[in-house]
Design a protein around this ligand. Sequence first.
Ligand code: KIV
Ligand code: ZN
Length: 572
Amino acid sequence: MANIDKNKLVFFDTTLRDGEQSPGATLNVDEKIEIAKQLSALGVDVCEAGFPIASNGDFEAVKRIAQEVGPLMNGRTSGKPMVICGLARAVEGDIKRAYEAVKYAPCHRIHTFLASSDIHLKNKLKITRKQCIEKSVAAVKLIKSLGVDDIEFSPEDAGRSDKDFLVELLTEVIKAGATTLNIPDTVGYLMPEQYGELINYLVTKTPGADTVTWSTHCHNDLGLATANTLAGVRNGARQVEVTINGIGERAGNTALEEIALSTYMHKNFFNVYHHINTTHIYSISQLVIKRTGMIIQANKAIVGANAFAHESGIHQDGVLKCKETYEIMSPDLVGVPSNLLVLGKHSGRNAFRTRIETLLKDSNYDTKFIENDEEFNKLFRNFKKLADSKKKGVTDQDLYALVDDFLNIKKCNEFYILKSIHVTSGTNTIPTATVQLIDFTENGNIITDAHIGHGSVHAIFQAINRLVCVNSVLRTYELKAITEGSDAMGRVVVRISEQNDQKNNSSGNVAILGEMKEKERLGNKTADVYRGEGADNDVLVASAKAYVNAINRLMSAKNRQNGSNNNIDTNN
Ligand code: KIV
Ligand code: ZN
């Protein structure tokens, strides 16, 4: 076993695995690589890139992250590349598949798990405690026999497992060669004191405990994931399993940003250090919001829109006199961009260019368009249109939305681009939408159609459905004002799936959606879900853009479909 630094807190990020298990947060391979690159630059020590047996898409993503992100050293103050980890159940097929995916990374890990609580052993796995130990030991030995020496084991539902059985199981797993022992509170059940005591019990009672790294993995069902993780650290855990913005199954996982800042602000209390570059936190949080479509609440700690806003007169007065009166940390510490330079309708091309360059400097955006006069002018015209309609000026958030929207159009222009919409609606009118699209499947012809709907958005989507050669069904629709005020910009995120039942093309959407969800609940093969996003200061235009964006993704996935998903049921 390599030397363990007793004060180093290892950040194990599982945004791309447990985080991606959030309903509707599906990411494509390119999006996963983009996030993984930012995780590496952020200073994350271990990246759980996916669950390779789950689908060919997951396998491909883990393999490409191992190849393309595994060797990167950019911004890594630890002096070591990020470890690329793949998840595997304690079975041969999973482990071999995980190995095939992660082996390309200079530093790689396999994380294997098996449930240990009686509830899971009796009802789900239908095996005895003795069999649980045998399977776990066999899994760890198999990983070792593949030449992997960075091995993590998790007794799933440890939070509700018998403590002495855990000691017995973990003793054997250490002997078999595990190097990190992760203690999941899978269902987010424990109180901080209880979770802390559990870690303490295992660390003090398990023979060989000081030869391994102990890890926390907390879910947020009672809103205690961060508190539980910190209790684990206080009691000897030196790895934390976290996700950006706390995304994950049900109520989510522990938020990376909350642990990074808590342990940074209270270094002496926790007596640990880490290699997270806190100034990258805001930009990666924004990236994860954009790519997963999982919007965070305004009062979310560290990265929420209001996290550094002071509204009440007394607070504003205090902060103006001395920031520390109401600010425990500066927005710069987490990389919150300053909105001090407000661009407006009188701003010129140069001011606009400078602001865009500054904003995108350390990001993973493909910034080639800045150097291309024709493209940059197009973006500048969009900016002018937006600035004209905004009384309070254009903020950084507006600019991000503008660039996102622009790049989305550039990426997907092989199928359809929204040209225009016209909507009539009101109290005594049937909502009707007329939509024009540029159709790149037909040499860029402009195609037009109209439809009525239950509401304006429904009418728009139905009109688009008639125009494109895809039968799709809307699964979720989210609308968020990105900036403040009545002239705020709106971002819409939609999720759609393909509807194979041709008979129900235009009006049966709700019934079809119900049927698909039921199939999903029963673990059957279901349609893939495609996310689309659009931003505009007219929410109907934003909705149309988002829907067309999702259609484009669905169509490009269909084009590449060959065996992209084997839909293995990965329930243990
Ligand atoms: O919550 C959990 O138990 C997990 C395991 C796979 C570690 O995510
Ligand atoms: Zn989990």
